[in-house]
Design a protein around this ligand. Sequence first.
Ligand code: HEC
Length: 196
Amino acid sequence: MKLVFVSMSVAALLFVSPARAQDANDAAPEKDLAASARAASIELGGKLKARLEVALKDGGPQAALAVCKTAAPGIAADLSDSFGGKVGRTALKVRNPENAPDVFEAAVLKRFVDEVSKGADVSKLEHAEVVDVDGQRMFRYMKAIPMAAAPCAVCHGTAVAPDVLQSIRDLYPDDQATGFKPGEIRGAFTVVKPLR
Ligand code: HEC
């Protein structure tokens, strides 16, 4: 598990004692933030998977697709409200273009992919960082999502059934999210919270 805290901008680090002391004290709240961001990510994953499994069992892949499309954004929005930031999912190859990564997310995802290619376990990859955006400090957290055979392959695998594939294309004309193999990285949970 790799947890990195890069605190404040370079400019802030050039100033002496008071700002530096503040930085050091910030480390503890950031650890708490990472823990709650990790918990929110795990909760989002659990809720989505539970909904998915029920829908697959009750109505098959077609019904599950509809549930995924309508329920996924709402579940993420509810969790974002209770977290007090943004909790969502992203990937280098997305199904829903609204989940496309920003520059920060794309860079972290690429590093995750690189680490997986060197043998890292996808389920253990995460990244936490405080970034400075135009003077606003933002806490950012990402946790890699592993591709699994069940239930993911039905809709993201290398042999998606033709009727399921057709429905995916109808719902998401620009879909890029098939062809994944178990053990690969499917995407990541992503959490953003503005700090005072
Ligand atoms: C029934 C089909 C179905 C199954 C099974 C399924 N997904 Fe998805 N997945 C979707 C749909 C539809 C979306 C787009 C949701 C949206 O519009 O936000 C999606 C989106 C995602 C995203 C967000 C990034 C993107 O591509 O838009 C990730 C990450 C993801 N799925 C991972 C998984 C994982 C991991 C599993 C297995 C636990 C899984 N999915 C199982 C249909 C499915």
